[in-house]
Design a binder for this molecule. Structure first.
Ligand SMILES: Nc1ncnc2c1ncn2[C@@H]1O[C@H](COP(=O)(O)OP(=O)(O)OP(=O)(O)O)[C@@H](O)[C@H]1O
Length: 303
């Protein structure tokens, strides 16, 4: 039987003591897609990432990539992972560090090691640093090295925890460009605190809040905000009938509620009206300008 070419997560739950850090997360990401994981400080982004890579073991739920489980060796061979707060091994140069990283993967042995190391050092602008000891690197250059090692051997499943942390604007742009150059068969999930970076580098955004996945947003280039529901046209018209600022464009398959230049007040109205609606009936999509109001709402606990 053909393997599904995607990351599948079903009802993922993770607690430490009596504190639930991830609460019943379910989603699917198809290979070739890039997903930015956003949320306020402490939302659970790193916990989710560490669970998706197999570093944390979920107490409930399932994770699979191409039908492989995180505990399987074949899963780890497909994974390129940059953790947050990675430790620099003090006695190594960049080249030695990348060689060490290659040695951790059975698929990166012998002759191709050199090829892959040269490739990532060029891709991530590290060539001048290759013989410098890690302890003498600046924070940003060290970060580039940690991101670069995740790309060794062209893994099919890439997970990056705040990859652009400490990068200067040129290197941040390089990160965005490199992500956009990823080939169609790779899946990349990265966390970020930069809305503009997420919008430019990702195909969609996952929004976490208090360990819950509150929205999956497909990104597109305009600044409009839209919402697709499985509600009937009559239900939608009833929900939004009182507000003349909100245009409702019912479509044949799904119903599209479209806002031009949404502001916080409209967002609040939307959230309020949808509060009684089953979230699985609703998909949200937006451009960059719609994400900031969403953060503002989350910070004020209005959602
Ligand atoms: N090992 C742990 N033991 C107990 N609680 C933890 C542990 N790791 C994280 N937490 C808690 O889990 C919650 C989510 O933390 P996490 O680091 O995943 O957030 P985040 O979204 O990555 O935040 P930030 O944007 O600040 O990096 C926080 O309340 C944090 O205090």
């Amino acid at each position: 039987m053909e393997q599904p070419d995607c990351l599948q997560v079903n009802n993922l739950t993770f607690s430490v003591g009596d504190k639930m850090l991830l609460n019943g997360l379910s989603f699917e990401v198809v290979s070739g897609k890039k997903v930015a994981l956003l949320g306020l400080n402490g939302a659970g982004k790193s916990c989710l990432i560490r669970t998706l890579t197999g570093e944390f073991k979920a107490e409930k739920g399932e994770i699979s990539f191409q039908s492989l489980r995180p505990t399987e060796k074949a899963f780890k061979d497909k994974l390129g992972y940059q953790a947050s707060g990675m430790l620099a091994l003090p006695n190594l140069s960049c080249r030695e560090y990348l060689t060490f990283c290659c040695s951790l993967k059975s698929s990166l042995s012998g002759d191709n090691q050199h090829h892959y190391i040269e490739l990532v050092s060029e891709q991530w602008n590290l060539t001048e640093n290759m013989d410098i000891p890690l302890t003498k690197l600046s924070q940003g250059n060290l970060q580039k090295l940690f991101v670069a090692q995740a790309f060794l051997g062209n893994p099919e499943y890439i997970i990056l925890d705040e990859p652009s942390q400490a990068l200067d604007p040129i290197e941040q742009q390089r990160f965005i460009d490199n992500l956009n150059k990823l080939s169609y068969f790779r899946l990349c999930l990265f966390s970020s605190h930069h809305v503009n970076e997420a919008v430019r580098a990702a195909d969609s955004v996952m929004m976490l809040h208090h360990g819950r996945l509150i929205a999956i947003l497909d990104l597109h280039s305009s600044d409009e905000f839209w919402l697709v529901t499985k509600l009937s046209e009559a239900e939608i018209l009833e929900l939004f009938s009182e507000d003349s600022n909100i245009s409702v464009y019912p479509q044949s398959i799904k119903n599209l509620v479209k806002f031009e230049q949404i502001d916080i007040a409209q967002w609040q109205l939307l959230v309020k009206r949808l509060s009684d609606v089953d979230p699985s009936m609703v998909e949200l999509g937006c451009g960059e300008n719609a994400l900031m109001p969403m953060f503002a709402l989350l910070a004020n606990e209005d959602i």
